[in-house]
Ligand binder design. Structure first.
Ligand code: NAD
Ligand code: USQ
Length: 400
């Protein structure tokens, strides 16, 4: 199939592109390199060195003989998006191209507005591009488990049957997201569902949990194919952060009591889930939802796992409960239905000690690159103005 990967330079988009290319699909990547620009602006970096988009694509072709088409463009800029659709004529579109950090969206008004504009308008443009240039294409959209929040009932897979005053209906599961970023995903879901209803578009909304893992079988083939590994307080997710903290002897930053529970998935399963969704498309006009997680943990659970593995490696790993910079429930019910991808054939890679050991060893290998100023959180949900870049962290060129 011809598959267009929007956000194909990101942590997930790049491994997805080479996974699908390896499987024999014709793949194109589309990205505006916004993530790389954010890193430059704020003096951040992936722990694992990542090569330029151009070099990645060239190296993939050198190693496998398989070509990936590259588009530089922005989903918010309709002409550049249209050009990619017209030239490539995708049969499936995998949409990763969004600002994906909750803390980024909570820095201040400007970052909240940027996040919602980039994500919601970008996705609306993607829907129009499908309608205008590839009406039969299947939109596989990355949503998030955080759209649901943490209700005091089990989380169903997208829809819930409601009985009300003697009548009943199957309706979208209620959403109670916890950041302006997570809200942007809810708005996307509504827009996409509407486009399916009015235009007969077909879409799979993947409510994905937190992804972990430093590599896939394809990214591990060559250093030039590596994907990013974020550990900073804005883009780094809890498990990545705990692994680098263990490596540098910093107490693990458990926010609050650590009872916050989230769904998780290995990056190797993410790429497979998307392949499964593409292989079994929905019918025209159908909006379907998969909960893309394989297991769930509390933050404290994760920290204790990292502590155990770290201690086995001879590291002195302490846990530190710091005041939670986010507004979220720290003690809540969490039980999620997630059978649809398993029914399609997903065989999960569960989080084991070997995976955590691999991540800690990676952090030890690159420990000289770790910027300790990025460890403690500075973005607080209760504040409307947050500073994220300690001046000293900026490269001299950025300060000039
Ligand atoms: P990432 O930031 O590493 O990658 C996103 C890519 O999209 C970047 O390369 C960025 O430059 C590009 N991009 C952003 N806005 C764009 C625009 N307007 N036009 C073109 N390109 C644009 O993020 P990721 O971790 O790879 O996440 C990808 C998607 O998966 C996101 O939508 C995210 O919300 C979702 N997701 C991620 C996780 C996770 O744990 N990483 C979990 C659940 C859902
Ligand atoms: N947390 C800590 N300590 C840290 C960092 C985070 O305790 O040092 C806690 C947070 O307070 C939160 C939990 O860990 O309760 C998860 O936070 P996270 O930063 O690991 O992940 P999150 O902000 O939820 O976002 C990530 C991705 C996002 C994706 C989401 C999936 O960045 O793109 O949508 O996971 S989900 O959580 O299911 O919505």
């Amino acid at each position: 199939m011809r598959i267009l990967i929007l956000g194909g330079d990101g942590y997930l988009g790049w491994p997805q592109a080479i996974y699908l290319s390896q499987k024999g699909h014709e793949v194109a990547v589309f990205d505006n390199l916004a993530r790389r620009q954010f890193d430059l602006k704020h003096g951040l970096d992936s722990l694992v060195p990542i090569y330029s988009m151009q070099r990645r694509v060239e190296r993939w072709a050198e190693i496998t003989g398989k070509a990936i088409t590259r588009f530089h463009g922005d989903t918010v800029d309709y002409p550049s998006l249209s050009r990619a659709f017209q030239e490539f004529q995708p049969e499936a579109v995998v949409h990763f191209a969004e600002q994906r950090a909750a803390p980024y969206s909570m820095i201040d008004r400007e970052h909240a507005v940027f996040t919602q504009h980039n994500n919601v308008i970008g996705t609306l443009n993607v829907c129009y591009a499908i309608k205008d240039y590839a009406p039969a294409a299947h939109l596989v959209k990355l949503g998030t488990m955080g759209e649901y929040g943490t209700p005091n009932i089990d989380i169903e897979e997208g829809f819930i049957e409601i009985h009300h005053k003697g009548r009943s209906d199957v309706l979208p599961f209620p959403k109670q997201p916890g950041s302006f970023y997570h809200l942007s995903k809810v708005h996307d879901s509504h827009n996409i569902m509407f486009c399916c209803r009015i235009w007969g578009m077909k879409s799979t909304d993947l409510n994905q949990g937190v992804v972990y893992g430093a590599d896939t079988y394809e990214t591990a083939l060559d250093p030039a194919l590596a994907t990013r590994f974020d550990y900073d307080q804005v883009y780094g997710t809890a498990l990545n952060r705990f692994c680098i903290q263990a490596a540098i002897g910093h107490p693990l930053t458990v926010y609050g009591s650590g009872g916050q529970t989230r769904g998780y998935i290995n990056i190797k399963d993410t790429v497979r889930c998307i392949e499964l969704a593409i292989q079994s498309p929905p019918a025209a006009g159908e909006f379907r939802v998969f909960n893309q997680i394989t297991e769930w943990f509390s933050v404290k659970d994760l920290a204790e796992r990292v502590q155990r593995v770290g201690q086995r490696l001879g590291l002195d790993v302490m846990l530190d409960s710091i005041r939670n910079p986010r507004v979220e429930s720290e003690n809540h019910h969490y039980n999620v239905v997630h059978t649809k991808l398993l029914d399609l054939g997903l065989q999960p890679h569960l989080l084991d000690e070997a995976e955590i050991e691999h991540m800690i060893k990676l952090a030890l290998r690159y420990q000289d690159q770790i910027d300790r100023r990025q460890v403690m959180p500075t973005v607080n949900w209760r504040e409307t103005e947050n500073s994220i870049t300690p001046e000293a962290a900026l490269p001299q060129a950025a300060l000039a």
